[in-house]
Design a protein. Structure first.
Length: 649
């Protein structure tokens, strides 16, 4: 060890070792901070602590090795005269300071990301790179940015001052090319071995997801997410007999006699009742976890209006979100389709002309629109909905006098609701029923909203965001009651996803629990429904209530039907689950299948029996979705009308 230390000390490559040690110290400090902030929920054991720091340090070293490859080329081939020159010396000082400042800024970004998602960098961080304006404004509005960056600058300056004497010494060394080649070759070899043999398996050893995340390296995970932002289902996930799984899927969705081609679930849905064409306003509420509602144990009384509404409408208490992002919720609600690995279809190319809820309404003569309180280019929302037959209305379509408040994510919920009412009045005047899907933004960090609306000051936290969301919904219903179309309108209120999705388990079921309310006093009786169900069931349930006949390619079922099969699909970017019969079956990359018994009270997974009924049901849903999407079985040939322009001024 002494010989190695002496060799490194007397080598140009000692610079890499020096910065590697500093980076690992910063990374370890961050790991400690994140662990402390998550201590109560992570329930980490002594063995878990060892795993966090041992595996975490290992990934830190691997990341340092990768970063060192680029600098190794420079240190290997830089001529001795230039290496010892003043120009190189001061260039090195400047670059060293910037490197330190960058490391501290990335560490701060990791803390922000953990504070929001309770995970290290992942697919979401990649997505955020595309929307720097919204993300930067959100950070600026949520945190004291200037003092923080000044503090990071001072920390970088102090660290540089401590390293400067060692840097000066390293810049004076004389080293033969053969010695430099030995160090460079060692780094290249280690990098190659890391690339070939180090993957994600080590960070998945624990059943406690907090331990796995804390034992990771953020920048390493960022690069891994960038490389693997799509996963081919057939390559990475368990496969079953196509004939058997196709039969099961058709049976699950109610297609009789196993007719048609493999996984062809197209069918004619005939309603059991006929009704007049009722209007529909479907509201996807940002991050409305069930736990925020008094009905599910919330003690702060921040949802007084919704609590009243639940007693007057069709209220689903055992309802679950499909995913962890807005786009996944929109995908499930609109397409009634299981999630597939990686990004939601909303964000993928070639995502137009898919059979969807809006198409059913459009085929029945409805005015169909998607209204978003933010900018529709975010998460590709406008492109997705316009490509699937919807008109789109977003923040950019609102006139200045229509906007009373806006933040990084969009206008206040009240503003987009007022626009929806105005759009509805135009459709009503034209004698046309309407289906409007509204996506809200106010219940999102920085939780800012118009002052004077509720008794919680704007920008003070999640409780205020939820209470303003509740207030704005009250204004929507109250204003709608004054409109001529109100008595013939159905309101659907559902969350896009939960506010916090991380947990100890791979797929913490309780973090997917959301409310669903279908409200139309003149047409739908008040009732509480306790059946286990999820977002893909909204479309068929709503259409059954309205008595609409349609060609269905939906995976969901009518929750109110006597033949409804209780289950809920939940997922993250890589793990695909079905919660059914008090078991959570999970499919994961490298063809893994696990089961968690009683997942609301237990986190321990066991290997799945591939012949088990729940497992086969899970495989049928997800393998079927992949098969259908790849072969474009759920596409229609033509978009009858594609109008994305503004109608109301």
């Amino acid at each position: 060890m002494r010989k190695i230390y002496a060799a490194v000390k007397n080598s140009r490559f000692g610079m890499l070792a020096l910065f590697g040690i500093v980076y690992m110290a910063i990374s370890t400090l961050l790991r400690i901070v994140l662990l402390i902030s998550s201590w109560e929920v992570s329930k980490t054991t002594f063995g878990g602590l060892g795993q966090i720091f041992f595996i975490g340090t290992f990934y830190d070293v691997v990341f340092c090795i990768y970063v060192s490859v680029f600098f190794s080329f420079l240190l290997l081939f830089l001529p001795q005269a230039l290496y010892r020159s003043k120009v190189y010396k001061y260039t090195t000082f400047l670059f060293a300071f910037l490197l330190l400042y960058g490391a501290y800024c990335v560490t701060f970004a990791e803390w922000l990301f953990w504070n929001e998602f309770n995970t290290r960098f992942n697919f979401i961080s990649i997505d955020y790179l595309m929307y720097t304006d919204e993300v930067a404004r959100n950070v600026y509005e949520s945190y004291p940015v200037l003092p923080i960056f000044v503090g990071l600058f001072l920390a970088s300056a102090l660290t540089f001052a401590m390293l400067k004497p060692a840097l000066v010494g390293i810049l004076q060394v004389r080293e033969k090319f053969s010695g430099r080649l030995t160090f460079a070759a060692s780094i290249f070899t280690l990098a190659l071995c890391s690339y070939l043999f180090v993957g994600q398996s080590l960070r998945g050893l624990s059943d406690n997801n907090y331990i796995n995340e804390l034992g990771s390296n953020g920048p390493y995970q960022f690069v891994a997410a960038f490389r693997n932002n799509t996963l081919d289902y057939k390559t990475f996930y368990p496969q079953g007999s196509e004939a058997e799984l196709s039969r099961r899927l058709k049976e699950s969705v109610g297609k009789k006699n196993n007719e048609g081609a493999l996984f062809d679930i197209s069918r004619d849905v005939v309603p059991t009742k006929n009704t007049e064409k009722l209007n529909v306003i479907l509201i996807s509420v940002e991050s409305l976890s069930a736990e925020f509602l008094t009905r599910f144990g919330q003690k702060e009384d921040i949802t007084p209006f919704m609590d009243q509404m639940f007693e007057k409408g069709l209220f689903f208490t055992n309802f679950y979100a499909t995913g962890t992002r807005t786009t996944r919720g929109l995908e499930s609600i609109t397409l009634s389709l299981p999630p597939t690995p990686g990004r939601s279809l909303v964000k993928r190319p070639d995502n137009a002309k898919i059979y969807n809820l809006g198409k059913v309404f459009k085929d029945n003569g409805y005015d169909v629109a998607f209204l978003y309180g933010g900018r529709g280019f975010f998460d590709n929302m406008n492109a997705f909905f316009s490509g699937n037959g919807y008109r789109t209305v977003d923040q950019s379509d609102l006139n200045a006098d229509e906007i009373t408040f806006e933040n990084a994510w969009g206008v206040a919920d009240e503003d987009i609701y007022r626009r929806a009412i105005a759009e509805a009045n135009v459709s009503y005047a034209a004698g046309k029923p309407f289906f409007y899907h509204i996506m809200t933004t106010s219940n999102h960090r920085p939780y800012t909203y118009p002052e004077g609306k509720i008794d919680i000051p704007s920008g003070t936290g999640r409780s205020g965001g939820v209470k303003y969301t509740d207030y704005a919904l009250r204004q929507l219903i109250t204003s709608s009651e004054k409109q001529k179309w109100y008595n013939d309108t159905v309101f659907v209120i559902v969350a896009d996803h939960c506010a916090a999705v991380a947990g100890r388990a791979e797929l913490p079921v309780e973090r997917y629990h959301i409310p669903l309310l279908i409200y139309s006093p003149g047409h739908i009786n008040a009732q509480t429904v306790n059946k286990l169900s999820g977002q893909i069931d909204i479309a068929p349930t709503l259409l059954a209530l309205l008595g609409i006949r349609y060609e269905s390619h939906f995976f969901g079922q009518d929750i109110l039907s006597d033949t409804f099969q209780e289950r809920a699909l939940i997922s993250n970017y890589q793990r695909l689950g079905v919660y059914e019969n008090d078991e959570l079956t999970i499919l994961a990359p490298v063809k893994q299948m696990t089961v968690i018994k009683d997942p609301l009270h237990n986190e321990q997974s066991i290997p799945a029996d591939p012949k088990n009924g729940n497992v086969l049901e899970t495989m049928a849903l997800y393998q079927g979705a992949d098969f259908i999407l790849k072969r474009r079985l759920n596409r229609w040939k033509e978009v009858e009308v594609k109008d994305t322009g503004r109608r109301y001024l």
